[in-house]
Structures are given as C-alpha cells and as structure tokens.
Design a protein around this ligand. Sequence first.
Ligand SMILES: *[C@@H]1O[C@H](CO)[C@@H](O)[C@H](O)[C@H]1NC(C)=O
Ligand SMILES: *[C@@H]1O[C@H](CO)[C@@H](O)[C@H](O)[C@H]1NC(C)=O
Ligand SMILES: *[C@@H]1O[C@H](CO)[C@@H](O)[C@H](O)[C@H]1NC(C)=O
Ligand SMILES: *[C@@H]1O[C@H](CO)[C@@H](O)[C@H](O)[C@H]1NC(C)=O
Length: 184
Amino acid sequence: MGFYVPFFLFLLTCAYLPPCSSDPYDEACLTNLKQSLVDPTNSLKNWTKATFANPCSGFNSYLQGATCNNGRIYKLSLTNLSLRGSISPFLSNCTNLQALDLSSNFLTGPIPPDLQLLLNLAVLNLSSNRLSGEIPPQLAMCAYLNVIDLHDNQLTGTELGISPSSMPVHLKETRTFMATHCRR
Ligand SMILES: *[C@@H]1O[C@H](CO)[C@@H](O)[C@H](O)[C@H]1NC(C)=O
Ligand SMILES: *[C@@H]1O[C@H](CO)[C@@H](O)[C@H](O)[C@H]1NC(C)=O
Ligand SMILES: *[C@@H]1O[C@H](CO)[C@@H](O)[C@H](O)[C@H]1NC(C)=O
Ligand SMILES: *[C@@H]1O[C@H](CO)[C@@H](O)[C@H](O)[C@H]1NC(C)=O
C-alpha cells in the first residue's frame, strides 16, 4: 500500500499537468530568484510555486519574461519592472540559460560570482541598477560571454588584477562599468 499511494499521486499529477517534465535545477533557480526579488508592481504575478515546477510550454513559458528551449529556461528578460532586491546566486542552477537581462531595475547587492558557472551564458545585461561590489573576475574577462553590459551601477573593477589592455571591458570611471561586447 505504501508503494502504491505515491505512485497513484504521481499518475494523478502527470495526468492533470501535462507535460510532466519539470527540471529540478530550473525549479531551484526560479524559486530562489523569485525569493530574492521584490516586485512592488506585481509584474511577476505568474511566478508562482506551481509554475516553477513546470514553467515551459514549447518555446513559451508561463512565466513573464522567460523563454524556453527543450523544456528548459533559455532566456530571462526582466527589464524595467521596478524590481528591487538582489540577484540570487541560485540563478546558476538555470544551467541552460543563454541570455540574462535584468537591466533598468533597482537591484542592489553584488553580482553573484556563481553566475560564472553558467557556461552557456552568452549575453548578460545588468545595466542601470544599483549593484555594488566587485565585478566577478571571470565575468569581467568575458571567459564565456559574448556581450556584457554592466553600465550605470556602483560596481568596482579596479581590483581585478588584470591589465587594462587585456581587459575586454572598458572601465570608464571607477564606479561605472560601460556596455561591452566581449571579443569572441
Ligand atoms: C500566466 O499563466 C496562465 C496560466 O498558467 C497563462 O494562461 C497565461 O498566459 C500566463 N501569462 C503569461 C504572461 O505568460
Ligand atoms: C519603463 O517603464 C515605464 C513604466 O512602465 C514606462 O513608462 C517607460 O516607458 C519604460 N521605459 C522603457 C525604456 O521601456
Ligand atoms: C544551485 O546554486 C547554488 C548557488 O550557486 C549552488 O550552491 C548549488 O550547488 C546549485 N545546485 C545545483 C544542484 O547545481
Ligand atoms: C542593456 O539593456 C538596456 C535597456 O535596459 C539597453 O539600452 C542596452 O542596449 C542593453 N545592452 C546591450 C549591450 O544590449
């Protein structure tokens, strides 16, 4: 009996929420990202626990700002939504993420170094927020990225320990990182 009840519940869940293919990494990523954000205008009203378990419908997502590919979160674009709060390090669990755009919000705190674990990330736009702290060296060196835009924040990059000539990001002022296209 103890065996059949969970199995029955599983069948029930899959029958009523097709397709039954949640990704635990994306679920952790989305759950923690939502928790780290403050959303005063309720722009993320579809970002609920139920959708995190099953966010994709083909290339579309039930989540505002998300795009899917093969049932995984592929792009996240949450720009100009008056979002506050911070960037969750658990974004690194969205391992298929190719583009992340959180620009033009009021996000504070550091850029989590964990983002460098996103090996598929080609585009990162965190411009026009209130992010502070050091730019994670791996990101600044464009190890994987094609495009990085961190301008209009309070980030520092002088502690990177790499010479300006080898630094593909252009440090315009001490406290402002300019938009950059990584050379690759
Ligand atoms: C929000 O979710 C509902 C049902 O889950 C869906 O019908 C609707 O299209 C979603 N809205 C957006 C903007 O994706
Ligand atoms: C940002 O959002 C505000 C309010 O929704 C809107 O008035 C403004 O045009 C938007 N700016 C851009 C650049 O989309
Ligand atoms: C999810 O992200 C956190 C923060 O980067 C990390 O500690 C954890 O190992 C990740 N989990 C998985 C399953 O990748
Ligand atoms: C980053 O986003 C802003 C709008 O929020 C846009 O103006 C800018 O062009 C983007 N940067 C790049 C490199 O695409």
